[in-house]
Write a protein that binds this ligand. Structure first.
Ligand SMILES: O=C(O)CCC(=O)C(=O)O
Ligand SMILES: [Fe+2]
Length: 370
């Protein structure tokens, strides 16, 4: 059977932004252009430290990717995800085995009894020999060099700078502390993600209380979200209220995830966020996203960083999270179990929207928020 979308159509036209006035989160913007200026890294580390006092979300500008680079990824994502389910099936991710590379169909999870999740994903792992023989749909193969360039730019020019900023913010003598645990050639689940939420009817939204993906934290080190004009992402603010994350045209939205929270005993907060029904003027749009997930090397033990004076001064050392067998959780185990428990089929009758806590690995749990 021929592919329904055999070409990537450019220029990609983004959906118009909402004209509704929403309660937007006030987030710090880090300017990566400062990184190579004298004193710039230190300045960025100070700004970053201030930003995390609020929520674990911030914007990043001057990241070196053009609007065209990003739109090309949206166009590729659109083509891949609009293949038929039959065409995507050979590339289905082995979610049940803890592997999310490839295709996650919509509807693997029950949100409430009778209503399933409405998002599908195509994940492309980092470009290392371990993944070289992965099969992909033709459209991905055709654009694989563009995808590889985009993906490697993110790691080399964006993620690496952020990892240096984090080391400085934690007062570590070794500016490369985090870099040494995020080596590109090593095994870890870094990947580029195309993600699409299908629009829902008013009736369905009512049943779900508007919640499409319940308040959660992400499983790795960082999540990077590219320009997302369809408002739906919300972050849990310090005062306990949900604020909308404003789509930015020129900036990437970044959030901190579980591994960094474990390594800093909560000084870097794995931010709680959720996805809700978009405002009325965007309710008719299928919401396409391009994301990049940063993961720490699989064999890293997720213990607070002893060498950090910032953690020591705050009394954050010596109370690590251990699993029930008294061992530290490793990053690879954590990610694998979270994929099985949070992305593969729902294992409870009540559905994800009713869950408040799920055991991920030997007594260590994640919480979900209303
Ligand atoms: O779609 C978004 O804006 C965020 C998605 C998300 O939170 C996730 O995939 O973990
Ligand atoms: Fe998330």
């Amino acid at each position: 059977m021929a592919a329904t979308t055999e070409t990537v159509s450019l220029p990609y036209v983004q959906a118009p932004e909402t004209s509704e006035s929403l309660d937007w989160a006030d987030l710090v913007t880090l300017d990566l252009a400062k990184f190579d200026q004298p004193g710039g890294k230190q300045e960025l580390a100070e700004e970053f430290s201030r930003s995390i006092e609020e929520v674990g979300f911030f914007y990043l500008k001057n990241h070196g990717l053009s609007k065209e680079d990003i739109d090309t990824q949206f166009a590729i994502g659109k083509s891949v995800l609009s293949l038929t389910d039959e065409e995507k099936l050979p590339f289905r991710a082995a979610l049940e085995a803890g592997d999310y590379n490839g295709w996650k169909p919509a509807g693997t999870r029950d949100l409430i009894p009778g209503v399933k999740d409405n998002f599908e994903i195509y994940n492309i792992p980092k470009f290392i020999p371990e993944h070289a023989n992965r099969p992909h749909p033709e459209i991905v193969k055709e654009y694989i060099e563009t995808i590889e360039r985009f993906s490697k730019h993110i790691h080399e020019q964006i993620v690496k700078k952020l990892l240096v900023i984090f080391s400085i913010a934690l007062g570590l003598d070794d500016e490369e502390w985090f870099l040494k645990k995020h080596r590109y050639e090593k095994t870890s689940g870094d990947h580029l993600r195309y993600m699409k939420y299908y629009k829902r009817t008013e009736e369905e939204n009512e049943k779900l209380g508007g919640v499409w993906l319940k308040g959660h934290s992400d499983m790795g080190s960082l999540t990077l979200l590219f320009r997302q004009p369809v408002a739906a992402l919300q972050v849990l603010a310090k005062d306990g209220t949900w604020k909308w994350v404003r789509p930015q045209t020129d900036a990437i939205t970044v959030n901190i995830a579980d591994a960094l929270q474990f390594l800093t005993n909560g000084y870097l907060k794995s931010s709680i966020h959720r996805v809700v029904a978009p405002p009325k003027d965007q309710a008719h749009i299928d919401r396409l996203g391009v994301l990049y997930m940063v993961r720490i090397e699989d064999d890293t033990e997720l213990l607070p960083i002893e060498e950090s004076p910032v953690l020591r001064e705050r009394g954050l050392l010596g109370q690590e999270t251990l699993s029930s067998d008294g061992r530290p959780v490793t990053a690879g185990e954590w990610v694998k179990q979270r994929i099985i428990k949070n992305l593969a089929n729902t294992s409870t009758d009540k559905g994800d929207n009713e869950e408040t806590e799920v055991e991920i690995f030997k007594g260590v749990k994640v919480k979900y928020y209303d």
